[in-house]
Ligand binder design. Sequence first.
Ligand SMILES: [Fe+2]
Length: 240
Amino acid sequence: MNRRNFLIQGSTAVAGLLLASTPLRLYADHHEQAHSHGHMLPKLSYPHDALEPHIDKRTMEIHHGRHHQGYVNKLNAAIANHHDLEHLSIEALLRNIDKVPMDIRQAVINSGGGHANHTLFWSIMIPGGSEPTGKVAEAIQSTFGSLDAGSEMFANKAKTHFGSGWAWLVVDENKKLQIYSTSNQDSPLMEGHTPILGLDVWEHAYYLNYQNRRADYVDAWGEIVNWEQVNANYVAATKA
Ligand SMILES: [Fe+2]
């Protein structure tokens, strides 16, 4: 098989608790932490047109600059009057979502999830793509039987998920890999899992170029995965 094509083949007290229980280890090289200006839109490490033809420039501009910025803005607005939460990382907020006050919890799930999910998404794509490598490739083989089988399971989740959502490769609470999908912007972090690879299957991610052909988008996306980053995410998640 062409391994590159992974997918075709197939309050204060509350804040104290949050800080004490949440190591910041998501997205190995892409830590994001709120500061005095609130959560920020991360910069892309490549130009908007760098992922063409798999993902077109206009989709990247709108997806990153408008959709992701929108999640950041709404998240900051939601926590603006909750000063104890303002300095927490998005990972800390989502991992401890049951401690977030009810009046803003759904907003944090939606917009905070959107922020976390997209931050990961940008980081695990790379112009020209790459091949599964390192310990994560070994773990996919041992967990799902082969790279092909893991690929097929992931692609199938992405292609068949009903409505808006994400397909995920995560490290669960037992440090084992799992593949599943979630709806809307629900983050695996809320389940105590660490997402290491995620594919956005909201229509805003592909509609300009692929219209209703989600399967074509999923297959093309498999060719631009940054496996070095996914492996780094896996190593970080299994080490902690
Ligand atoms: Fe998106």
